[in-house]
Design a protein around this ligand. Structure first.
Ligand code: PEP
Ligand code: MG
Length: 883
């Protein structure tokens, strides 16, 4: 087996398409080499070797040692050097690189191959002893941390002590000799901690680092990241070993990262940051604040520190050239890493850049208009779930802004919340239902869970490419980074800003679009869905086959959904209409009534309220289909719960509180989800269904008159398992419809259908379809009943299942294609067998989940229905499923 792929000197054994085998980084390094770009020579150990490592108790395949040796020799040949040879010193970097990028999640070792002897060679070759010893001490620190498992802090301590002793502020003040003393102290510390000296043998160092990269695939940070991003553990990581180039060889050296277009706004302009005389990780770590690459960006940022364009015009020119080539080659925005060693440019990485949803839309629309990609491709370029970011509110421009500090606009959208200073607090607050802003000096991969829990993130240090910025953009959370005028004091638990001292729990608002930090809560505006958004949506609408409806029962939701492009209502849960004000009183009166007569009297009070709700919905939907579901939940959900409520209700209904309590007890169910609910209620109390039907038809007549376009209601019966249940309810519906139509003297077309949300209904779908004129898959209940897992109690143990690898996805979030999906597919086919062309839709939560929507397209459903905020996501996902 071939475990190692080399690249360098204009040729490579791998290519961009080998991403699964070589990881993203390795595959793209190979591709860049083949394009003739300046890439330091190196080789990639495959992800299969990583899988071998885990399958064989952290062991390597037999051939690997020989293949690595040969590849190292080849790298040395190209570089004109030899690994471990002080005469012609070759140093390497060792980096992880999986199929999907996992920024900062796994480990890297630089300057590998340095030891007490080779450091002298580096001093001699570079002509800079200070640089050489600095590199060696960095290497000891990094290697000890990543490979030997010694805490970074152990070395920071020594460094701080030395600085204090020498009276220095900055690392750069150390002389070569002083670094040598630090190195001696570092090595002593390693020996103290481990009982053996720091490894001097370059081969031992190399294998240690390779093992550490493989091991980092299973570290806690990486596991969390994979879980959050649905990256399978089985992918493994590759290891990239590459000849070192140095961005820290003095003032003509630099290192940086760049995007070929602005990752925040999508603007077509090279965008990036660099540091002079610095090494790789310094930029991303956010410890020194970097400089702009282009003059344009420097001016826009109002920075007085020179741009790369000004400082190193030649290297800049070749960089610009390479950026353009790579973007054309990959036909997408690239995220690049580079190093300039004494004026010579080297490319260290290229990949498709992460971007905000806003930027993704702009880039896709621009690239389609530039002819770089087709419109269908543009539609495919957008991650449907990311649209969520655009639907977030922004600060009302008319609102007063009490600005207490400004940082970088690292991730757009605005958020308000209480200040918390740790990820732990953020999580706790979230659990308690409070909204928080996570405030940190800087974030690290350990903070991912806290960032998730927070509404937004604020850091006082770091640039646009700092950890906080990159991760927040990926999550679609507002973020302001590098707000340097703010002071965080973790110990005192304060945030000091322009004379204000804020404490944990105080409310702030961050504006990720401008970088402003505001005191208190601020008025927000709903987003504009025009421009690029509208363009891409229009292309998506042309491409899709399925319709997209919404689940809505309030006029506000229905209106919002329409503005997001909903093409009707797929589920109106009428029970939600019975909770407000007077309605709950009438509802309780109905439930508590002794007999049918009493129930009818209470229902008569509900009728006009219900009717006016429907009139409004029909008007908003202006002729689009509206599916109204008859009452579904068990009746006790409407009854009072606390003692105080009992007293209140008893007074309003003028019945003794005891009677109320008694009736409530009688309605108690052990397993309400499988109890007296759905069509079972309509069978027991047909007068409820009759009242609702009357409200629907009277409203249809009224709205039809008002709007001039006829309303065609779709009446949906929930939780049907037997055809006879549906027959029974449908007979009532038909009878009421007939009388309303006669009374009104106008005809109303309507459909009567059922939800398919019980396995029996799916199995008997061909029989049920003899009565049902449409099916709507209620995949929430269908998942619950197919798995036999209560949807209200599932979350905690399903999370355990996920962590233990028993399931990949929560089946209540993304449809279980193999089980529940099979039932859906079967029911669709059976339904069509007895009623060709039967209208089919889905209205469970899955109707807004892109993976489930793909499945719905495959089964050939006519529409999906989802909550209003998911409508744009569903439109896009339905298009992607169709092209
Ligand atoms: C369903 O069960 O999928 C459904 C849409 O109904 P509800 O969530 O109201 O039970
Ligand atoms: Mg249901």
């Amino acid at each position: 087996t071939k475990w190692v792929y080399t690249f360098g000197d204009g040729a490579a054994e791998g290519r961009a398409g080998d991403r699964n085998l070589l990881g993203g980084k390795g595959a793209n390094l190979a591709e860049m080499c083949s394009l003739g770009l300046p890439v330091p020579p190196g080789f990639t150990i495959t992800t299969e070797a990583c899988n071998f490592y885990y399958a064989n108790g952290n062991g390597h395949p037999e051939e690997l040692a020989g293949q690595v040796k040969a590849a190292l020799a080849e790298v040395g040949r190209i570089a004109g050097r030899r690994f471990g040879d002080p005469e012609k010193l070759l140093l390497v970097s060792v980096r992880s690189g999986g199929r999907a990028s996992m920024p900062g999640m796994m480990d890297t070792v630089l300057n590998l191959g340095l030891n007490d002897v080779t450091v002298e060679a580096l001093a001699r070759d570079s002509g800079d002893a200070r640089f050489a010893y600095d590199s060696y001490r960095r290497f000891i620190q990094m290697y000890s941390d990543v490979v030997l498992g010694l805490d970074h802090e152990l070395f920071e301590e020594i460094l701080e002590e030395e600085k204090a002793r020498l009276g220095y502020e900055l690392d750069t003040e150390f002389s070569a000799g002083q670094w040598q003393e630090v190195i001696a102290l570092y090595k002593d510390r390693v020996e103290e901690e481990l009982g053996k000296p720091f490894p001097q043998d370059p081969d031992e160092q190399l294998w240690g680092a390779i093992g550490a990269v493989f091991s980092s695939w299973m570290n806690a940070r990486a596991i969390t990241y994979r879980r959050l991003h649905d990256i399978p553990e089985s992918w493994g990581t590759a290891v990239n070993v590459q000849a070192m180039v140095f961005g820290n060889m003095g003032e003509t050296s630099a290192t940086g990262v760049a995007f070929t277009r602005n990752p925040s706004t999508g603007e077509k302009a090279l965008y990036g940051e660099f540091l002079v005389n610095a090494q790789g990780e310094d930029v991303v770590a956010g410890i020194r604040t970097p400089q702009n690459i282009t003059e344009k960006a420097r001016i826009a940022a109002g920075s007085d520190r020179p741009s790369l364009q000004k400082l190193m015009p030649e290297a800049f020119a070749s960089f610009v050239d390479i950026c353009e080539r790579l973007e054309r080659h990959y036909r997408d925005m690239q995220d690049l890493e580079f190093t300039i060693e004494r004026g010579k440019l080297w490319m260290l990485q290229t990949r498709s850049g992460k971007r905000t949803a806003k930027a993704a839309l702009k880039m896709a629309a621009d690239m389609a208009n530039e002819g770089l990609i087709s419109r269908d491709e543009a539609v495919l370029r957008i991650d449907p779930a990311s649209l969520d970011q655009l639907l977030h509110p922004t600060i009302d421009p008319k609102a007063e802004r009490n600005v207490i500090g400004t940082g970088l606009p690292a991730s757009p959208g605005a958020a308000t919340g209480e200040i918390v200073f740790s990820s732990h607090e953020a999580e706790e607050a979230r659990k308690a239902g409070r909204k928080v802003i996570l405030v940190r000096v800087e974030t690290s991969p350990e903070d991912i869970h806290g960032m998730h829990a927070a509404e937004g993130i604020l850091t006082t240090r770091g640039g646009m490419t700092s950890h906080a910025a990159v991760v927040a953009r990926g999550m679609g959370k507002p973020c302001v980074s590098g707000a340097g005028s703010l002071r965080v004091d973790y110990r005192a638990g304060t945030l000091v800003a322009m004379g204000h001292t804020l404490k944990g729990g105080d409310v702030v608002t961050i504006d990720g679009g401008t970088g402003q930090v505001l005191k208190g809560a601020v008025a927000m505006l709903q987003p504009e869905l025009s421009g690029d958004f509208a363009a891409i949506m229009e292309w998506a609408d042309k491409a899709r086959r399925m319709k997209v409806r919404t689940n809505a029962e309030t006029p506000a939701d229905a209106r919002m959904a329409r503005s997001f492009g909903a093409e009707g209502i797929g589920l109106c849960r009428t029970e939600h209409m019975f909770f407000d004000g007077d309605r709950i009183v009438a509802m309780r009166e109905m439930i508590l009534a002794e007999d049918e007569k009493g129930r009818r009297a209470a229902l008569a009070k509900l009728l006009p309220m219900q009717r006016s709700d429907f009139v409004e919905l029909f008007e908003i939907m202006a002729g689009l289909p509206v599916t109204i579901r008859l009452l579904d939940p068990p009746l006790h959900e409407f009854l009072p719960k606390t003692e105080k409520e009992f007293e209140e209700v008893a007074a309003v209904l003028n019945v003794p509180a005891d009677k109320l309590r008694h009736r409530t007890e009688a309605l108690h169910e052990f397993n309400p989800m499988l109890g007296h609910r759905g069509c079972r209620l309509a069978v027991s109390y047909p007068e409820i269904a009759e009242m609702q039907t009357r409200a629907i038809f009277e409203a249809a007549v009224e709205a039809g008159r008002k709007t001039g376009s006829p309303v065609v209601p779709e009446i949906m019966v929930p939780l049907v398992g037997l055809k006879k249940e549906l027959d029974y309810v449908k007979a009532r519906i038909d009878a009421v419809a007939k009388s309303v139509i006669e009374e009104a003297g106008v005809s109303v077309d309507y459909l009567t259908g059922t939800m398919i949300e019980l396995p029996r209904a799916a199995i008997r779908a061909h029989v049920i379809a003899e009565t049902a004129e449409f099916f709507s898959f209620g995949t929430n209940d269908l998942t619950q009943t197919t798995f036999g897992i209560s949807r209200d109690d599932a979350a905690p143990f399903l999370e355990t299942y996920r962590q233990k690898g028993i399931i990949d996805q929560d089946p209540f979030v993304s449809i279980d294609v193999d089980g529940v999906g099979e039932l859906v597919a079967m029911a669709a086919e059976k339904g069509r067998s007895t009623r060709p062309g039967i209208k089919l839709g889905i209205c469970g939560e899955h109707g807004g989940d892109p993976a489930s929507i793909r499945f719905c397209e495959k089964v050939g459903l006519d529409y999906v229905s989802c909550s209003p905020f998911r409508v744009p996501i569903a439109r896009l996902a339905a298009a992607q499923a169709a092209v």
